[in-house]
Design a binder for this molecule. Structure first.
Ligand SMILES: [Zn+2]
Length: 439
């Protein structure tokens, strides 16, 4: 079977990441932090400019750049100067490898500019920061000597920041390079901390029973899920998808305004970035919410239908492409598999063609009609189309004998997936019968 969780890199350990808010404890601390992130962006831009110049000049070497520690070390500290340079080198390496495959999307970009403002962001070496987890969690980061002097920090002192949020991984064996940035959308400082956890440290959970579940993945309903215990979950994605489309339209509009020969701009990249972050956040939260619910149900195997097959059957090419784009199907399955792994559950992708238009009552696929979210059949069946599809899919994998409980409907509010009353999918029908499974 294909290894779905690619984060796992060997038998004994797993790679995971914490994300959390970081809060300066005074105006002075906030100013210091902003200067640190701004100087990091200035450094990135200088390095990147130099590399672009070298790239354009056949007599020069992209990898051979000036020494920046002298000018930036006092503000950032030597190790952070080195991390920014390394991060930029990685960006150029990936540019070259994409270029080889003819997939490059332009040279590495700048982190804003001094006129419109730089993107506040930095990378801190694993030995140059520490996090203390507890009731009042704290992050301490290295700053350069000049900033310490200016803000009255002791020579061995680090900038201390409050950590807010409840990261999943507080016990780990190794921490990686910390990414620290200002999130303009939420107007907060955020940290991204990769960690390595060994299995000695983290015992994987075992499934409670050997129940199964099947998922239908789409754009309007992100996930429709049915379990062999008779539970159904519907994750509503309409608002999220609508915002994705809005951002996509805005990107297209800005692209049409670009001067000839230019392919992107700072604003466009920022929109792309925001769009991706929003999707990733919702997907991460969905994976965890769903897997925890399935674990409690005793599920040990989760079947996911390959999206292409689903879409070929009844979706338009346009919707198909949009969903793929929006949902980043492979990345989502990977996320799901990694989360499932923590609970000892497995995720299996089934590429067999399965129609979303099959009637669960009489098995007809020709006579059914789908209108918005409702599937109807001349035999009298009427039910939620995506939930019905997940039932049909589940039946193809296993025997389902239990009847279905009322579906749990979940909505995204930018932070959490929370339960909302199950609403009638189509107002023209006043009494929809939810797909029942017992034959
Ligand atoms: Zn029927």
């Amino acid at each position: 079977m294909e290894q779905l969780c690619v984060l796992r890199y060997d038998q004994q350990s797993m790679k995971r990441a914490n994300t959390f808010d970081v809060i300066p404890q005074s105006d002075e601390d906030e100013e210091l932090l902003r200067r640190l992130l701004d100087a990091s962006a200035a450094l990135w831009n200088e390095i990147n400019y130099e590399r672009r110049e070298h790239y354009a000049d056949p007599n020069r070497d992209v990898w051979d750049i000036s020494e920046y520690r002298g000018r930036y070390g006092g503000t950032l500290g030597a190790s952070t100067v080195q991390q920014i340079e390394r991060k930029n080198r990685e960006a150029w390496r990936s540019f070259f490898s994409l270029k080889k495959k003819d997939e490059a999307n332009g040279m590495p970009g700048y982190w804003g500019n001094s006129e419109d403002g730089r993107e506040l962001r930095t990378y801190i070496r694993n030995t140059s920061y520490s996090v203390k987890w507890g009731e009042y969690s704290r992050l301490e980061i290295l700053v350069g000597k000049d900033l310490k002097d200016e803000y009255g920090l002791g020579h061995r002192e680090r900038l201390r920041l409050e950590v807010r949020g409840d990261p999943n991984w507080k016990e780990y064996d190794k921490q990686g390079r910390l990414e620290l940035f200002y999130d303009e959308q939420t107007q907060r400082f955020r940290a991204f901390q990769p960690v390595t956890i060994s299995e000695d440290h983290f015992r994987l959970a075992q499934p409670l029973a050997s129940e199964e579940a099947a998922l239908d993945i789409g754009a309007n309903n992100l996930v429709a899920c049915t379990t062999t215990t008779g539970k159904q979950y519907l994750y509503e994605g309409r608002d999220l998808f609508e915002r994705f489309r809005e951002t996509t339209r805005e990107i297209a509009r800005l692209q049409s305004l670009l001067e000839e020969g230019r392919y992107s701009s700072h604003r466009i990249r920022r929109l792309y970035d925001r769009r991706t972050k929003r999707r990733d956040h919702a997907q991460d939260a969905l994976s965890r919410d769903l897997i925890e619910r399935l674990y409690d149900e005793g599920v040990s195997t989760v079947y996911v239908g390959a999206l292409t097959d689903v879409l070929d059957t009844h979706w338009s090419v346009e919707t198909n492409a949009k969903t793929h784009n929006f949902w980043a199907f492979r990345a989502f399955v990977n996320r799901l598999a990694c989360t499932a792994e923590e609970y000892g559950m497995s995720v299996e992708v089934r590429s067999e063609a399965w129609t979303s238009q099959e009637c669960p009552n009489c098995g007809s696929t020709e006579d059914t009609t789908r209108h918005r979210d409702t599937l109807t059949c001349p035999c009298g069946f009427e039910g939620h189309a995506d939930l019905t599809a997940s039932v049909t899919f589940l039946r193809r994998q296993t025997t389902v004998t239990r009847s279905m409980a009322r579906p749990v409907c979940l909505k995204w509010d930018d932070h959490d997936w929370s339960e909302s009353p199950y609403s009638v999918p189509n107002e023209e029908h006043t009494n929809p019968q939810v797909a029942s499974v017992g034959r």
